[in-house]
Design a protein around this ligand. Sequence first.
Ligand code: WQD
Length: 336
Amino acid sequence: MNILVTGGTGYIGSHTVIELLKLDHNIIIADNFSNSKPGVLNLIREISGKEFKFYQVDILDRENLEKVFINNSIDAVIHFAGLKAVGESVAMPVAYYHNNITSTLVLCDLMNKYDVKNMVFSSSATVYGMNNISPLTEDLPLSTTNPYGSTKMMIEQILQDVYISDNGWSTALLRYFNPIGAHESGKIGEDPNGIPNNLMPYITQVAVGKRDQLSIFGSDYDTHDGTGVRDYIHVVDLARGHVKAVEYIADKTGVEAINLGAGKGYSVLDVVNNFQKANEIKIPYVLTDRRPGDIATCYADAGKAEKLLGWKAEKTLEDMCRDSWRWQSKNPNGYE
Ligand code: WQD
């Protein structure tokens, strides 16, 4: 298939492009490098040994994005492009709503115009909010506690309404849990701007000596060891879930929300201890107060993905810890 991947040089996008190229799909990446580096393009070529098309374009830029549709016969779109920092979204709500939602509206308008009606959308478990009990199933009521999460929930609603207006659409709303890890080559990985918000990149920056110690946010949660429990999924497993999703929507219509998680929860201390053991590296940490907005436990019921897509996460926490460290140790300053 000819697949347009928006945000295809980002952390999850680049891993997904590699899995798609492995299966000889024809890939067109549209990215503006707002949260990635141009060097990723050659790394994708190096790892995959395959070629692909690339357009440096902001999805908000209708005129230049339309050129992608004019110059390519597109069968499906995998839409990763968007701002994704929870804390930043609280500080800059207008930027987040404009960037994430308006760009998606521009994309959908062009998809309609050029009769491209197959979409895999990068959603998030954050749409389950704080009131649902894990394991989380796709039919649960949605709510959000920050503008980033609200953009995901609103875009899911937009895509549902697009289908209601035109039953020719076929859409998968993929709700990611906690993606971590990196490609086994260590050539690509997670490279957050500034101080990492997320757990694993912070741990690997402590391990490589960029940070002094890890602060563990809260040790008094109602969990097996008091620290927060999350559903960590290897980014390569997540990428393979996208491949299955774009194949799944190809011969049908409708809209399906699908969890992409491992279906099990690990605590912060579980991750720290696994990382230390897998890599024989000590991670100094301090137990500090809870982070506002965090919940105690969040993990997926992964049954629908297995049933519909024939996909489930296969990599272990040890794999995730090893692969995260291989990326960081080979790239102490990320993509320079
Ligand atoms: C995981 C656990 C923290 C950092 C976020 C977004 C979500 C999604 C995934 C986009 C929690 C603890 C973390 C640290 C810590 N992103 N922690 N010290 O919050 O589950 O989800 O990323 O879709 O939208 O909300 O992930 O990695 O930030 O935290 O103790 O320095 O690690 O309290 O228990 P989270 P996270």
